[in-house]
Design a protein around this ligand. Structure first.
Ligand SMILES: NC(=O)c1ccc[n+]([C@@H]2O[C@H](COP(=O)([O-])OP(=O)(O)OC[C@H]3O[C@@H](n4cnc5c(N)ncnc54)[C@H](OP(=O)(O)O)[C@@H]3O)[C@@H](O)[C@H]2O)c1
Length: 323
Protein backbone atom coordinates (compact mmCIF):
# COMPACT_ATOMS: atom_id res chain seq x y z
CA UNK A 1 0.00 0.00 0.00
CA UNK A 2 1.00 3.63 -0.43
CA UNK A 3 2.10 5.56 2.64
CA UNK A 4 3.57 9.08 2.76
CA UNK A 5 6.79 9.13 4.77
CA UNK A 6 9.44 11.49 6.06
CA UNK A 7 12.75 10.43 7.63
CA UNK A 8 13.78 13.83 9.01
CA UNK A 9 12.24 17.19 9.81
CA UNK A 10 12.22 19.77 7.04
CA UNK A 11 10.19 21.60 4.42
CA UNK A 12 7.32 19.25 3.41
CA UNK A 13 8.10 19.56 -0.30
CA UNK A 14 11.66 18.41 0.40
CA UNK A 15 11.30 15.66 3.00
CA UNK A 16 8.03 13.90 2.12
CA UNK A 17 8.05 10.90 -0.22
CA UNK A 18 5.67 8.10 -1.18
CA UNK A 19 6.66 4.66 0.13
CA UNK A 20 5.25 1.27 -0.85
CA UNK A 21 4.89 -0.83 2.28
CA UNK A 22 3.15 -4.09 3.18
CA UNK A 23 -0.51 -3.77 4.20
CA UNK A 24 -0.62 -3.66 8.02
CA UNK A 25 -2.47 -6.47 9.80
CA UNK A 26 -4.86 -5.70 12.65
CA UNK A 27 -4.15 -7.43 15.97
CA UNK A 28 -6.53 -8.19 18.83
CA UNK A 29 -8.84 -5.25 19.50
CA UNK A 30 -7.82 -3.52 16.25
CA UNK A 31 -9.26 -2.93 12.81
CA UNK A 32 -7.71 -2.23 9.43
CA UNK A 33 -9.16 1.07 8.20
CA UNK A 34 -9.12 1.99 4.51
CA UNK A 35 -8.68 5.76 4.62
CA UNK A 36 -10.95 7.62 2.22
CA UNK A 37 -10.18 11.28 2.97
CA UNK A 38 -7.94 13.37 5.26
CA UNK A 39 -7.26 17.11 5.53
CA UNK A 40 -3.88 18.82 5.43
CA UNK A 41 -3.96 20.78 8.68
CA UNK A 42 -1.40 23.31 9.99
CA UNK A 43 -0.51 20.77 12.71
CA UNK A 44 0.55 18.32 9.96
CA UNK A 45 2.90 20.92 8.51
CA UNK A 46 4.25 21.64 12.01
CA UNK A 47 4.73 17.87 12.57
CA UNK A 48 6.75 17.56 9.35
CA UNK A 49 8.88 20.64 10.00
CA UNK A 50 9.60 19.61 13.59
CA UNK A 51 7.64 22.18 15.55
CA UNK A 52 5.00 19.80 16.95
CA UNK A 53 5.11 16.81 19.31
CA UNK A 54 7.78 14.66 17.58
CA UNK A 55 7.15 11.23 16.01
CA UNK A 56 7.60 8.19 18.23
CA UNK A 57 9.55 6.39 15.49
CA UNK A 58 11.00 6.90 12.01
CA UNK A 59 10.08 6.92 9.22
CA UNK A 60 7.04 8.93 10.25
CA UNK A 61 3.74 9.34 8.41
CA UNK A 62 1.76 12.59 8.79
CA UNK A 63 -1.98 12.98 9.29
CA UNK A 64 -3.91 13.24 12.55
CA UNK A 65 -7.53 12.84 11.46
CA UNK A 66 -9.42 11.05 8.68
CA UNK A 67 -12.53 9.22 7.60
CA UNK A 68 -12.34 5.63 6.41
CA UNK A 69 -14.11 2.29 6.14
CA UNK A 70 -13.27 -0.89 8.01
CA UNK A 71 -11.45 -3.25 5.62
CA UNK A 72 -10.80 -6.06 8.13
CA UNK A 73 -11.11 -6.73 11.85
CA UNK A 74 -8.57 -8.29 14.19
CA UNK A 75 -9.14 -11.31 16.46
CA UNK A 76 -11.92 -10.85 19.01
CA UNK A 77 -13.42 -7.75 17.38
CA UNK A 78 -17.18 -8.20 17.16
CA UNK A 79 -18.52 -4.66 17.69
CA UNK A 80 -17.72 -3.39 14.20
CA UNK A 81 -17.77 -5.05 10.79
CA UNK A 82 -16.07 -4.52 7.43
CA UNK A 83 -17.64 -1.77 5.34
CA UNK A 84 -18.63 0.47 8.28
CA UNK A 85 -17.43 4.05 8.05
CA UNK A 86 -15.74 5.82 10.98
CA UNK A 87 -13.68 8.88 11.74
CA UNK A 88 -10.37 8.79 13.60
CA UNK A 89 -8.82 11.66 15.44
CA UNK A 90 -5.46 12.62 16.90
CA UNK A 91 -4.00 9.36 15.72
CA UNK A 92 -0.89 9.69 13.61
CA UNK A 93 -0.37 8.30 10.14
CA UNK A 94 -3.59 8.97 8.22
CA UNK A 95 -1.65 9.89 5.05
CA UNK A 96 -1.67 6.24 4.05
CA UNK A 97 -4.05 4.01 2.11
CA UNK A 98 -4.65 1.83 5.16
CA UNK A 99 -3.92 2.08 8.85
CA UNK A 100 -4.43 -0.14 11.87
CA UNK A 101 -6.54 1.51 14.55
CA UNK A 102 -7.68 0.30 17.98
CA UNK A 103 -11.46 -0.22 17.98
CA UNK A 104 -11.75 2.17 20.95
CA UNK A 105 -10.32 5.00 18.80
CA UNK A 106 -13.08 4.77 16.18
CA UNK A 107 -15.63 7.59 16.31
CA UNK A 108 -19.04 7.09 14.72
CA UNK A 109 -20.11 9.25 11.81
CA UNK A 110 -23.57 9.71 10.28
CA UNK A 111 -23.92 7.89 6.92
CA UNK A 112 -25.24 10.98 5.12
CA UNK A 113 -22.32 13.22 6.06
CA UNK A 114 -19.91 13.68 3.11
CA UNK A 115 -16.33 12.43 3.37
CA UNK A 116 -15.22 16.06 2.86
CA UNK A 117 -16.90 17.13 6.10
CA UNK A 118 -16.48 13.87 8.01
CA UNK A 119 -12.69 13.87 7.66
CA UNK A 120 -12.53 17.31 9.30
CA UNK A 121 -15.15 16.77 12.00
CA UNK A 122 -13.00 15.75 14.88
CA UNK A 123 -10.55 18.62 15.35
CA UNK A 124 -11.49 22.09 14.08
CA UNK A 125 -15.24 22.19 14.85
CA UNK A 126 -14.58 20.93 18.38
CA UNK A 127 -11.76 23.41 18.84
CA UNK A 128 -14.02 26.31 17.87
CA UNK A 129 -16.76 25.03 20.19
CA UNK A 130 -14.45 24.57 23.17
CA UNK A 131 -12.70 27.92 22.63
CA UNK A 132 -16.06 29.67 22.83
CA UNK A 133 -17.09 27.66 25.88
CA UNK A 134 -13.87 28.75 27.59
CA UNK A 135 -15.03 32.39 27.62
CA UNK A 136 -17.54 32.93 30.41
CA UNK A 137 -17.89 36.73 30.75
CA UNK A 138 -20.17 38.58 28.37
CA UNK A 139 -18.48 40.77 25.79
CA UNK A 140 -16.75 40.74 22.45
CA UNK A 141 -14.04 38.34 21.33
CA UNK A 142 -11.32 39.34 18.87
CA UNK A 143 -9.57 36.65 16.83
CA UNK A 144 -6.64 36.45 14.43
CA UNK A 145 -6.38 34.15 11.37
CA UNK A 146 -10.14 34.57 11.09
CA UNK A 147 -10.18 33.10 7.57
CA UNK A 148 -8.99 29.72 8.87
CA UNK A 149 -11.39 26.81 9.32
CA UNK A 150 -11.35 27.38 13.09
CA UNK A 151 -11.87 31.14 12.63
CA UNK A 152 -14.90 30.65 10.38
CA UNK A 153 -16.38 28.03 12.72
CA UNK A 154 -15.94 30.38 15.71
CA UNK A 155 -18.12 32.93 13.89
CA UNK A 156 -20.72 30.35 12.91
CA UNK A 157 -20.99 28.93 16.44
CA UNK A 158 -20.96 32.36 18.12
CA UNK A 159 -24.01 33.34 16.05
CA UNK A 160 -26.02 30.97 18.28
CA UNK A 161 -25.66 33.28 21.27
CA UNK A 162 -25.14 36.58 19.45
CA UNK A 163 -21.62 36.94 20.87
CA UNK A 164 -19.70 39.64 18.93
CA UNK A 165 -16.67 38.24 17.10
CA UNK A 166 -14.18 40.74 15.70
CA UNK A 167 -12.20 39.14 12.89
CA UNK A 168 -8.63 40.02 12.01
CA UNK A 169 -7.12 38.78 8.74
CA UNK A 170 -3.84 39.62 7.09
CA UNK A 171 -4.91 39.53 3.42
CA UNK A 172 -7.39 41.74 1.57
CA UNK A 173 -8.70 38.80 -0.48
CA UNK A 174 -9.48 36.85 2.71
CA UNK A 175 -11.31 39.89 4.09
CA UNK A 176 -13.30 40.19 0.86
CA UNK A 177 -14.13 36.47 0.91
CA UNK A 178 -15.36 36.59 4.52
CA UNK A 179 -17.44 39.72 3.94
CA UNK A 180 -18.97 38.27 0.77
CA UNK A 181 -20.12 35.28 2.81
CA UNK A 182 -21.80 37.42 5.41
CA UNK A 183 -19.14 37.41 8.15
CA UNK A 184 -19.28 40.66 10.09
CA UNK A 185 -16.61 42.82 11.73
CA UNK A 186 -13.72 41.90 9.42
CA UNK A 187 -10.61 44.05 9.89
CA UNK A 188 -7.29 43.93 8.04
CA UNK A 189 -4.40 43.54 10.49
CA UNK A 190 -2.17 45.44 8.04
CA UNK A 191 -4.25 48.61 8.56
CA UNK A 192 -2.22 50.99 10.68
CA UNK A 193 -5.21 51.75 12.89
CA UNK A 194 -6.55 48.18 13.24
CA UNK A 195 -6.47 48.40 17.03
CA UNK A 196 -8.67 51.54 16.92
CA UNK A 197 -10.99 49.72 14.53
CA UNK A 198 -11.30 46.82 16.99
CA UNK A 199 -12.17 49.19 19.85
CA UNK A 200 -14.68 51.07 17.69
CA UNK A 201 -16.32 47.81 16.60
CA UNK A 202 -16.62 46.63 20.20
CA UNK A 203 -18.25 49.95 21.12
CA UNK A 204 -19.77 49.66 24.60
CA UNK A 205 -18.88 45.99 24.90
CA UNK A 206 -15.74 44.91 26.73
CA UNK A 207 -13.26 42.89 24.67
CA UNK A 208 -13.13 39.97 27.08
CA UNK A 209 -11.00 37.53 25.10
CA UNK A 210 -8.69 37.15 22.13
CA UNK A 211 -8.29 33.83 20.27
CA UNK A 212 -4.89 33.64 18.62
CA UNK A 213 -3.22 30.77 16.70
CA UNK A 214 -0.41 33.02 15.41
CA UNK A 215 1.52 34.07 18.59
CA UNK A 216 4.70 36.21 18.31
CA UNK A 217 4.19 39.95 17.92
CA UNK A 218 0.65 39.32 16.58
CA UNK A 219 -0.33 37.71 19.87
CA UNK A 220 1.31 40.49 21.83
CA UNK A 221 -0.50 43.20 19.86
CA UNK A 222 -3.84 41.71 20.89
CA UNK A 223 -3.09 42.51 24.53
CA UNK A 224 -3.52 46.21 23.70
CA UNK A 225 -7.14 45.73 22.61
CA UNK A 226 -8.25 43.54 25.51
CA UNK A 227 -10.35 45.22 28.17
CA UNK A 228 -9.32 45.07 31.85
CA UNK A 229 -9.41 41.44 33.05
CA UNK A 230 -9.34 40.06 29.47
CA UNK A 231 -7.64 36.84 28.44
CA UNK A 232 -5.47 36.03 25.44
CA UNK A 233 -6.04 32.38 24.51
CA UNK A 234 -3.16 30.99 22.45
CA UNK A 235 -4.16 27.89 20.52
CA UNK A 236 -1.49 27.70 17.83
CA UNK A 237 1.93 28.99 16.88
CA UNK A 238 1.67 29.77 13.17
CA UNK A 239 4.34 32.49 13.39
CA UNK A 240 6.78 30.13 15.10
CA UNK A 241 7.55 32.90 17.60
CA UNK A 242 6.84 33.22 21.34
CA UNK A 243 4.62 36.05 22.64
CA UNK A 244 6.84 38.78 24.11
CA UNK A 245 4.53 40.06 26.86
CA UNK A 246 5.80 42.38 29.61
CA UNK A 247 4.79 42.12 33.27
CA UNK A 248 3.57 45.73 33.18
CA UNK A 249 1.37 45.08 30.16
CA UNK A 250 -0.28 42.14 31.92
CA UNK A 251 -0.33 43.41 35.51
CA UNK A 252 -1.43 46.94 34.57
CA UNK A 253 -4.69 45.69 33.06
CA UNK A 254 -5.17 42.44 34.96
CA UNK A 255 -4.72 40.51 31.70
CA UNK A 256 -3.87 36.84 31.45
CA UNK A 257 -2.52 34.54 28.77
CA UNK A 258 -3.53 30.92 28.60
CA UNK A 259 -3.11 28.05 26.20
CA UNK A 260 -5.73 25.81 24.64
CA UNK A 261 -5.17 22.30 23.30
CA UNK A 262 -7.92 19.93 22.20
CA UNK A 263 -6.15 16.73 23.26
CA UNK A 264 -7.08 16.87 26.98
CA UNK A 265 -10.78 17.08 26.08
CA UNK A 266 -10.52 13.80 24.17
CA UNK A 267 -8.57 12.22 27.04
CA UNK A 268 -11.06 13.18 29.75
CA UNK A 269 -14.35 12.77 27.87
CA UNK A 270 -16.29 9.51 27.93
CA UNK A 271 -17.17 7.72 24.68
CA UNK A 272 -20.79 8.79 25.23
CA UNK A 273 -19.85 12.45 25.63
CA UNK A 274 -17.68 12.42 22.49
CA UNK A 275 -20.51 10.78 20.55
CA UNK A 276 -23.01 13.33 21.87
CA UNK A 277 -20.90 16.39 21.04
CA UNK A 278 -19.90 15.09 17.60
CA UNK A 279 -23.53 14.24 16.79
CA UNK A 280 -24.55 17.80 17.69
CA UNK A 281 -21.88 19.18 15.36
CA UNK A 282 -22.93 16.79 12.58
CA UNK A 283 -26.50 18.05 12.87
CA UNK A 284 -25.25 21.61 12.48
CA UNK A 285 -23.26 20.70 9.34
CA UNK A 286 -26.33 18.95 7.96
CA UNK A 287 -28.52 22.04 8.40
CA UNK A 288 -25.84 24.29 6.94
CA UNK A 289 -25.38 26.20 10.21
CA UNK A 290 -21.74 25.06 10.08
CA UNK A 291 -19.56 24.79 7.00
CA UNK A 292 -15.89 24.62 6.12
CA UNK A 293 -14.87 25.65 2.59
CA UNK A 294 -12.76 23.18 0.63
CA UNK A 295 -10.25 24.76 -1.75
CA UNK A 296 -8.93 21.57 -3.32
CA UNK A 297 -8.99 17.77 -3.24
CA UNK A 298 -5.95 15.84 -4.44
CA UNK A 299 -5.28 12.11 -4.47
CA UNK A 300 -2.88 10.74 -1.87
CA UNK A 301 -0.35 9.95 -4.64
CA UNK A 302 -0.58 13.57 -5.70
CA UNK A 303 0.13 14.84 -2.18
CA UNK A 304 2.83 17.21 -3.48
CA UNK A 305 0.17 19.23 -5.34
CA UNK A 306 -1.83 19.38 -2.11
CA UNK A 307 1.18 20.58 -0.13
CA UNK A 308 1.94 23.19 -2.79
CA UNK A 309 -1.62 24.51 -2.57
CA UNK A 310 -1.52 24.55 1.25
CA UNK A 311 1.69 26.57 1.24
CA UNK A 312 0.53 29.02 -1.44
CA UNK A 313 -0.68 32.41 -0.25
CA UNK A 314 -4.34 33.26 -0.68
CA UNK A 315 -5.82 29.79 -0.15
CA UNK A 316 -9.49 30.15 0.85
CA UNK A 317 -10.36 26.72 2.24
CA UNK A 318 -9.06 23.34 3.31
CA UNK A 319 -7.00 21.06 1.10
CA UNK A 320 -7.97 17.39 1.34
CA UNK A 321 -6.24 14.18 0.22
CA UNK A 322 -8.45 11.38 -1.08
CA UNK A 323 -7.80 7.68 -1.70
N1 LIG B 1 -4.84 23.93 20.03
C1 LIG B 1 -5.57 23.03 19.38
O1 LIG B 1 -5.98 22.00 19.92
C2 LIG B 1 -5.87 23.29 17.93
C3 LIG B 1 -6.84 22.53 17.29
C4 LIG B 1 -7.14 22.85 15.95
C5 LIG B 1 -6.44 23.84 15.28
N2 LIG B 1 -5.46 24.50 15.96
C6 LIG B 1 -4.71 25.58 15.30
O2 LIG B 1 -5.61 26.50 14.75
C7 LIG B 1 -4.96 27.19 13.70
C8 LIG B 1 -5.89 27.21 12.50
O3 LIG B 1 -6.07 25.88 12.03
P1 LIG B 1 -7.00 25.62 10.76
O4 LIG B 1 -6.95 24.18 10.45
O5 LIG B 1 -8.30 26.27 11.02
O6 LIG B 1 -6.20 26.48 9.67
P2 LIG B 1 -6.45 26.61 8.10
O7 LIG B 1 -7.89 26.50 7.79
O8 LIG B 1 -5.52 25.68 7.40
O9 LIG B 1 -6.00 28.10 7.82
C9 LIG B 1 -4.76 28.60 8.29
C10 LIG B 1 -4.93 30.09 8.45
O10 LIG B 1 -3.87 30.64 9.18
C11 LIG B 1 -3.50 31.87 8.59
N3 LIG B 1 -2.09 32.11 8.91
C12 LIG B 1 -1.06 31.28 8.70
N4 LIG B 1 0.08 31.83 9.16
C13 LIG B 1 -0.26 33.06 9.64
C14 LIG B 1 0.48 34.13 10.21
N5 LIG B 1 1.79 34.02 10.41
N6 LIG B 1 -0.19 35.24 10.57
C15 LIG B 1 -1.52 35.35 10.38
N7 LIG B 1 -2.28 34.37 9.83
C16 LIG B 1 -1.65 33.25 9.46
C17 LIG B 1 -3.77 31.70 7.12
O11 LIG B 1 -3.97 32.95 6.60
P3 LIG B 1 -3.55 33.33 5.09
O12 LIG B 1 -4.69 32.88 4.23
O13 LIG B 1 -3.42 34.80 5.17
O14 LIG B 1 -2.27 32.61 4.80
C18 LIG B 1 -5.04 30.85 7.14
O15 LIG B 1 -6.18 31.66 7.23
C19 LIG B 1 -3.65 26.45 13.45
O16 LIG B 1 -2.61 27.12 14.11
C20 LIG B 1 -3.88 25.11 14.13
O17 LIG B 1 -2.70 24.48 14.51
C21 LIG B 1 -5.17 24.26 17.26
Amino acid sequence: MKRIHFDRFGAPEEVLYQADVADPVPGAGEVLLKIRMRPINPADIAYITGSYVPPESWPACPGMEAVGTVAAVGPGVDTVRPGQRFIVSRIRGTWAEYMVVPVRALLPVAPDLSDEIACQMSINPLTALLLLQAVVPEGAIVQTAAGSAVGRLVNQLAARTGRTIINLVRRADTAADLRSQGYRHVILSSDENWQDQVRETAGDEAVVAAFDPVAGSTGQSLLAVLSRGGVLILYGGLSGEPVPASAMQLAGNDLSIKGFWLAPWYARSSAEEKKHVLRGLEDSFRTGELSIPVAGIHTLENFKAGIEQVLSPGRLGKILLSS
